[in-house]
Write a protein that binds this ligand. Sequence first.
Ligand SMILES: [Zn+2]
Length: 451
Amino acid sequence: MKKVLLIFCILLLPFSLSLSFNSPSFIWSYVTSYQTDELMYWKVNYIQKLIDLIEDYLPFLERSGITLPITSDIEVHFIDVGQGDSVYIKLPNNVDILIDGGNNWYGDDVVTYLKSQDVDDIEYLIATHPDADHIGGLDDVLKAFEVENVYAPDVSHTTKTYNDFVLEVRNEGTYIKTAKAGITLINPALAAVIGCPSFSNVYFVGPVKNYGTDLNSWSAVMKLDFGNSSYLFTGDADRISEKDMIDNSMFLKADVLKVGHHGSDSSTSQEFLKEVNPKYAVISVGKNNNYGHPAQEVLERLEMCKVDLFRTDLQGHIIAISDGNKINFNVEPINIVNLMEDAQESTPQKTSILITHLDVSDEKVTICNNTDIDVDLTGWVLVSEVGNQKFNLPDGYILKAGKCVNILSGRNAIDEPPTNLKWTGAYIWNNDSDIAALYDAEGVLISRVEF
Ligand SMILES: [Zn+2]
């Protein structure tokens, strides 16, 4: 017994030299400072043994007047980033997790939101997959905060948005760790050290395998167990990956489900819902988006499961707080039946302002007003998604009913309003592949065309 205590004291020596025992955040930073370097694997083992010992000798520590973290609440914030995803998780003892950062132009909003929550640094940053509506804002987050660990699935992309993300990870002095089924971020022992209740655990249940160029299927799917409450964050995982997760016997049961792919019918299959059996569902989706998200079929399936539903497009930021047992939301759930009835009663809205033409070699985008009223395009923005370049429509520009306007760039660009508007003399559009997206003054996606 004496020998074990002696080993214990030797192991604790680094703490006693430089750290205060009643300040658990020091323990956390000490533990994680070694996790960033895989080459120092033995040190991680050393720390793990230390954590095990702390657990074993809890009564001894308590008798010695050493204070370990007190269990406190978990907060899960589904940040309203329009048509995209960004979820901030605040664990006890200032351990912060961020899953995705919305589109490029939401980066600053996400940073402001995190600062409003007193985030000092981010312990775990997860990029679910390389699509712009998920990783676009992450370069701004990486610039604004110290980030200790970055996880993403083992798939890359050719877009500038993806390159910006990878570059900022490098600038952070770290590297991307692989997110895949079976990888654990925070095991129960580490969770106990940071003050989570028993049975807490954070790990990936997807992706289960290689999905080639199907980026949505690659989505990193994170499971979070906090005491007796549980959460499943699915990114844009579709039915194929949902089936693989079920077949892989992953334990998917969760109280709160972040509904896959903004409520698209390509996700949230009946089988998957049966497996997860959620009490609450959150859809992160843009107002009046061009994709028709969330799909009526998904709303019907969620209604059949009797879940309490929350939506960022209708309710803004959605916040779930739990003590490890009960989960409380900042807003009341939406009545799904009323929502579906309203949708059926309203005459289907014809998309009225459209990008009708994207010619990347001629550097020309055509936008047409198919309504019978003139529309003021002040504050509207045309975006080249690959280059993340933006053109602000001129103040006071009116697109007349039934008329079209060309937005021109490159050497031959001319400015002849109201028919031709010059963006720039530079070349904007990527000739291999690009996407033109048009947003109104409130940031709502109005039309999107892929070349
Ligand atoms: Zn998405």
